[in-house]
Design a protein around this ligand. Sequence first.
Ligand SMILES: Nc1ncnc2c1ncn2[C@@H]1O[C@H](COP(=O)(O)OP(=O)(O)OP(=O)(O)O)[C@@H](O)[C@H]1O
Ligand SMILES: N[C@@H](CCO)C(=O)O
Length: 303
Amino acid sequence: MTAVKISVPGTTANIGPGFDCLGAALTLHNHFVFSPLEGTDSTLEIRVTGLEADRVTADESNLAYQAFAKFYQHLGKTRPPVAIEIELGVPLARGLGSSATAIVGGLMGANQLAEKPLTQAELMQLAIEIEGHPDNVVPALLGGCRLAASEGSHWQICEIPWHSDIVPVVAIPDFELSTAEARKVLPTEYSRADAIFNPAHLGLLLRGLETGNSDWLRVGTLDRIHQPYRQTLIPGYDAVRQAALAAGAYGMTISGAGPTLLALSSPIQTAEVTSAMRTAWQGEGITSTVRSLQIDRSGATVG
Ligand SMILES: Nc1ncnc2c1ncn2[C@@H]1O[C@H](COP(=O)(O)OP(=O)(O)OP(=O)(O)O)[C@@H](O)[C@H]1O
Ligand SMILES: N[C@@H](CCO)C(=O)O
């Protein structure tokens, strides 16, 4: 078997009220190459290059390898010696689904090397089990904007139309926030008012994403499940949000678990929104990279 190459897009999860169920794939990618290791005693070699490469472990604790190992454990087979090359284009622990890329990359690499015993749906199920929630791994695997809802252990996945007039602008600060930390600050119980607020706003958001209706997007990005609790972990959140809205963004949310902030903008306002978010963060003493992206339609690809 020769080497297999897998490309996996980063993602923006939640998009406001869609906590743990809605996410979209973005046009920034991590690349993985899996090669059988032959003619050596070693069972694992990992090389990481690209963005903040020194922050990713190159041993058995590596998340892409953990997913690779989980695949063989699921099949009840011994995992083969493997060399993994990882080229990072998705910033780590910033709310852009870097962990989902590693999980999807590791599972797909293993499936290819094993000559595809699992279907895409089975890989998706395993990926959701490893990540613990579907909103990053599903769009990372399938591409597009996806809503995931479970019935017992079975998942219904629905593609959400994303209007061409909506540009995702991501403002990525130069500090990390791990998903585990950002989940710790969430309450375990919510009021009835909050339980009503979120599904109403999610419905509005989905119609806003489909139609490009600016009022539905503005109101539909509001949320009471995670953002009110997490925004305190993101210095400059209020300033960047006000700047993005003043520059004409339809709405602004925390991307995934943060700290990246996601503005939804019309194409004509994108340059202004981008510059306003960068300047607002600069005013708080925080350096950021602000990029306007597109929705990745392909998901994880082989070759
Ligand atoms: N390409 C990769 N290969 C191996 N491990 C990775 C890779 N990318 C990310 N990781 C691991 O995932 C961790 C980040 O996961 P975390 O869930 O905290 O953030 P995220 O996935 O970037 O954000 P979010 O889930 O909010 O979108 C990294 O610290 C690293 O351990
Ligand atoms: N839905 C997840 C996405 C980040 O992995 C969260 O907000 O915690």
